[in-house]
Design a protein around this ligand. Structure first.
Ligand code: NAD
Length: 504
């Protein structure tokens, strides 16, 4: 039996004991995860420094603070999220209990990506644990150091909330709720051959298709958190200084390796020079004259990605930046001007610190441009005009929309985060995570009373019974409390009359 098979089997055995289900246990696990993040901050930060040149302050800011917020939210709201959810009743269910009961799915495979190795791997895990599941965590092998540290530290905190069951002498021999499986493509493929109850994958769309294919063999549902080319439209009426400040931050944070980074700018030709100049000023202010020596400026994850990003620049005009150093996987913040739609850089998600500007005649052309391409993960619009913003929301599609800022919609737990079409399926964050990794089970608890009402559905079928059925079925409106009471009274009278006739 392979290591991956063993891990899945242990997680399933753990799940079948039922121990991941009680709310106290889930809260204990979430708090343990919180402790892991705070107590091992230094290990996490050191690993991120080696993987992506993330700074010590960048670690909490971009990786772990969001996780802590999500854990706190889940701990505080879990009882509410997990409680039965009453739903609207109609005349036929007035005297019954009708509710949705969220239930754990089982064993969930969490496959993480390398760009924010902690945030994108542990954030889904929070929802998975909160929903009462067991999980297998598969960090990305590309962020080598983070993956190694995650494998080391997670098991020291998770599954340790309660003492091991008696026949199990040491923790490592026990079935685990949340084993971490490391390795590369072949290990991930071996994992994908196993049966899971849900798979959440973060990464590129091509591998996303493989994940979905593997999941289909077991009819396993998937959440695919993918990427894409997120456009950023700048309206000429907007405050270009503020817009460019926010865009510079959104684009060059983590060296452009952010799934929701603005991939390219769309603006009218008259704005182009101004945009380049503003970004130039911001780059200098944020990362100094020499971003290469700036502690807050990241590195491309590895040389394969370095060469991929540099190849995308070929054939376009560099307006800013362009300096690079392969030995350090360094690419300076770079802006490309007058980029043609058929340029190399416009054919795939850039995922690096290169920002092309494509000029359009105005919002109509911008909308057309966006709609002619795959649906992006994020769409940014900078404008003071709410009607224009509303128009863009109504006439385009993307995972999320953010007006007049970049990236920060990711941090709003109340908003579902996820893609659409080529940028993914399913969503998570906050309560959306809980729902995504739960089975929302429909429950109808009928009473044995009012049998007279059921007569209309029993054979022999008659036109008269059909008339009654039509009356009951077609009124599906929510009646409100008073309406329900009145309807209940009417129903009781009807039932009594029907019963009386039946008995005669
Ligand atoms: P990656 O190379 O780390 O791959 C992700 C995972 O897929 C890894 O665990 C890896 O083991 C596995 N994998 C890779 N090739 C595989 C194969 N052939 N078969 C099975 N498994 C395989 O990450 P990446 O894909 O380079 O990540 C970057 C992409 O992820 C970008 O497109 C980015 O936009 C996207 N992303 C999306 C989000 C989001 O929340 N939507 C977040 C981060 C990154």
């Amino acid at each position: 039996m392979s290591r991956e098979q063993q891990a899945v089997e242990r997680a399933r055995t753990a799940f079948l004991t039922g121990r991941s289900k009680p709310l106290d246990y889930r809260i204990g696990q979430l708090k343990a995860l919180q402790r892991c993040i705070t107590e091992r901050q230094k290990d996490i930060s050191d690993a991120l420094k080696k993987d992506l040149n993330k700074s010590e302050i960048g670690t909490p800011l971009y990786e772990t603070l969001g996780l802590e917020g999500e854990i706190m939210l889940a701990v505080n709201k879990l009882a509410q999220w997990a409680a039965p959810r009453p739903v609207e009743k109609n005349l036929l269910t007035l005297s019954d209990q009708v509710f949705i009961q969220p239930q754990p799915l089982g064993v969930v495979l969490v496959i993480g990506a390398w760009n924010y190795p902690w945030a994108v791997t542990l954030q889904p895990l929070i929802g998975v644990i909160a929903a009462g599941n067991a999980a297998i965590v598969k960090p990305s092998e590309v962020s080598v150091h983070s993956s190694k540290v995650m494998e080391e530290i997670l098991p020291l905190y998770l599954d340790k909330v309660t003492p091991p069951p008696p026949p199990c002498p040491v923790w490592s021999d026990c079935e685990r709720d949340v084993p971490v499986v490391t390795g590369g493509v072949s290990e991930t493929q071996e994992l994908l051959r196993q049966r899971f109850d849900h798979i959440v994958y973060t990464g590129n769309s091509s591998v996303g298709k493989l994940v979905m294919e593997a999941a289909a063999r077991h009819l396993t549902p998937v959440t695919l958190e993918l990427g894409g080319k997120s456009p950023c439209y700048i309206d000429k009426q907007c405050d270009i200084t503020i817009a460019c400040r926010r865009i510079t931050w959104g684009k060059f944070t983590n060296c452009g390796q952010t799934c929701i980074a603005p991939d390219y700018i769309l603006c009218e030709p008259s704005l182009q020079d101004r945009v380049v100049e503003e970004i130039r000023k911001n780059v200098k202010e944020f990362y100094s004259d020499d971003p290469k020596s700036c502690v807050d400026y990241g590195r491309i994850i590895n040389q394969r990605h370095f060469r991929r990003v540099m190849a995308l620049v070929e054939g376009s005009t560099i307006a800013l930046g362009g300096e690079n150093d392969e030995s350090l996987s360094y690419i300076a913040p770079t802006v490309l001007r007058d980029v043609k739609p058929d340029a190399k850089v416009m054919q795939e998600e850039i995922f690096g610190p290169v920002l092309p500007i494509v000029t359009v005649s105005g919002v109509d052309e911008a909308i057309r441009f966006i709609n002619e391409r795959e649906k992006p993960l994020a769409l940014y619009v900078f404008s003071p005009d709410n009607k224009l913003i509303r128009r863009i929301i109504d006439e385009t599609s993307s995972g999320g929309v953010l007006a007049n800022d970049c990236l920060v919609h990711f941090s709003v737990s109340a908003l579902p985060f996820g893609g659409v079409g080529n940028s993914g399926m399913g969503c998570y964050h906050g309560r959306h995570s809980f729902d995504q990794f739960s089975h929302l089970r429909g429950c109808l608890l009928k009473s044995l009373a009012m049998e007279g009402v059921n007569k209309m559905r029993y054979p022999p079928h008659t036109a008269k019974k059909l008339g009654w059925a039509r009356f009951f079925i077609l009124q599906q409106v929510d009646l409100g409390f008073l309406g329900r009471m009145a309807a209940l009274a009417v129903l009781a009278v009807i039932a009594a009359v029907m019963l009386q006739r039946y008995l005669q």
